[in-house]
Design a binder for this molecule. Sequence first.
Ligand SMILES: *[C@@H]1O[C@H](CO)[C@@H](O)[C@H](O)[C@H]1NC(C)=O
Ligand SMILES: *[C@@H]1O[C@H](CO)[C@@H](O)[C@H](O)[C@H]1NC(C)=O
Ligand SMILES: *[C@@H]1O[C@H](CO)[C@@H](O)[C@H](O)[C@H]1NC(C)=O
Ligand SMILES: *[C@@H]1O[C@H](CO)[C@@H](O)[C@H](O)[C@H]1NC(C)=O
Ligand SMILES: *[C@@H]1O[C@H](CO)[C@@H](O)[C@H](O)[C@H]1NC(C)=O
Ligand SMILES: *[C@@H]1O[C@H](CO)[C@@H](O)[C@H](O)[C@H]1NC(C)=O
Ligand SMILES: *[C@@H]1O[C@H](CO)[C@@H](O)[C@H](O)[C@H]1NC(C)=O
Length: 470
Amino acid sequence: MRIATVILIGIVCCEYSGANGSPRESHPCTVRQSRTSQSVGEDQCFLTDDDHHLWCFGDAYRLWSNNGSIDLRTLTICNWLLPSIDPREIISRFPYIKKLIIANSNLTTLSRAFPSDAKYLEKIHITGTQLQQVPREAFKYLSDLKILDVRNNALTKIDPAALVAPKLQHIHLAGNPWKCEDNTMTWILNMTHGSVARKILDRDKLHCAHPYEGRPLLPVVEIIATLREECNRTVCHCELVYVVGRVGKQTQRNLIAFVSTNCSHQGLRQMPEFIPANTTTLWLDGNQITDLSPLITNPVYRQVLDLYLDNNGITSIDQLEGSVWLDNFRVLSLRGNKLTDLPTYAFENVLLKSGNAVVSLYLGDNPWTCDCLFTPGFQDLLIRYTNLVKDVNKVRCNASKNLETLNKPIRDLTRTEICISESETTWLHPLDVLNIFLASMIITILGKLLYDYWSFKRTGKLPWLVTKIP
Ligand SMILES: *[C@@H]1O[C@H](CO)[C@@H](O)[C@H](O)[C@H]1NC(C)=O
Ligand SMILES: *[C@@H]1O[C@H](CO)[C@@H](O)[C@H](O)[C@H]1NC(C)=O
Ligand SMILES: *[C@@H]1O[C@H](CO)[C@@H](O)[C@H](O)[C@H]1NC(C)=O
Ligand SMILES: *[C@@H]1O[C@H](CO)[C@@H](O)[C@H](O)[C@H]1NC(C)=O
Ligand SMILES: *[C@@H]1O[C@H](CO)[C@@H](O)[C@H](O)[C@H]1NC(C)=O
Ligand SMILES: *[C@@H]1O[C@H](CO)[C@@H](O)[C@H](O)[C@H]1NC(C)=O
Ligand SMILES: *[C@@H]1O[C@H](CO)[C@@H](O)[C@H](O)[C@H]1NC(C)=O
């Protein structure tokens, strides 16, 4: 049974050696030769490469009787099923090895650092395991270590101090699900002479795990470092929400960043002078902002697509009329401000252009005026773009002459409620008074004219006024 397995492995291997690339590199657990195999105990170990290379499956290395063989150069441990492995135990049995390979294993951690006894160890490959962390100074005492390969594991972060050894020059880290969003990997940007980052040969091949799935690590970490610096100049909290490759390319120059900046409840009296570049979503809820003109005048707002300004003191957004910002925004939230009206015509244009899809407006809980001048146009807008005004039921009359319309959703008012009933309730409008006055004047003058005509016919006397005209 065992022999059969080994032969099978051998066949697989030979097929691989026919293909390009080194099978040993990508499949370190494929035993190349089984001729000189020698099994000990329950699990198995095999010697290959003319006895310089020992392969052990499971924890069989512990049972290998010829430990300490001077000739042994390489030890490969495969299918290690336990979550941790003790480097000290390995080295105590094989103090002369030059190369250690641990592969295809369930290993998640090294239980401690490598001991200084491993004076000859030059290469360590731990690949294709579940390795999640490496102890601090894990390799520091290996005086001869030159190559460290920890590709294709489950590492999410690594302390640069774990990658230090006196002669270590080549480090491979690709194929791990690196965590990019906190500061833990920022050290990889430090390319000063002698830094650990310079020794990582596959720096460009590292990728981020969630939430930036598959994006290249270097540019993402760079973007986050810059963001942190810029954010520190504000009172806000900033987060890189999303990065996307331009036209599918994900090289350094071609990433587009989407940053969310949250300056809510900071007691701001005006919009911030500075926000991090690439801010696409800006939260300014619960401040005391009244003026929106920075949106037009300050270029830092050019990229802001989603703007939340709920619960501020904004009384008017007239100045946005015709602005570039208004032509490009995606979300504008103005709930709980002091708006009484709005430039209906400007919004009509914007919403029309947006093609009914991308734009969202929030206008509820404002003291909207309901009168015959502003409301009909506004209501028209609300009805036509009901799907874009997300809280249309909360857009209600606050100031109105018609008490019946108070606190009713503007969308649902009838024209008579808006216009006619208003004149009913205010039955002595100044204009009406003027009208009645003018009408009575006309009637008086016509009456006087008729009287004069009648009087002239009867008595032949001209009216008094006519006799006075020369
Ligand atoms: C080790 O991993 C293999 C496959 O990845 C799995 O089937 C096995 O149950 C694991 N063993 C242990 C002890 O975790
Ligand atoms: C060989 O292994 C045994 C335990 O299996 C240990 O007692 C002994 O010290 C080892 N010999 C060398 C030279 O390391
Ligand atoms: C960069 O690395 C060098 C060498 O390791 C170190 O001395 C320096 O403090 C690091 N710089 C930063 C900003 O971390
Ligand atoms: C933020 O800036 C202050 C000084 O303005 C500095 O002391 C602090 O370290 C900075 N924090 C970060 C995370 O850069
Ligand atoms: C961030 O903004 C700057 C300045 O607007 C721009 O040059 C840069 O390309 C943007 N970066 C990303 C990653 O979007
Ligand atoms: C913004 O920050 C405030 C606290 O400053 C918090 O209550 C709120 O939930 C944050 N909003 C978002 C969208 O993160
Ligand atoms: C009008 O608005 C004020 C504050 O904005 C609010 O307190 C009041 O309840 C509103 N009145 C009506 C009738 O909606």
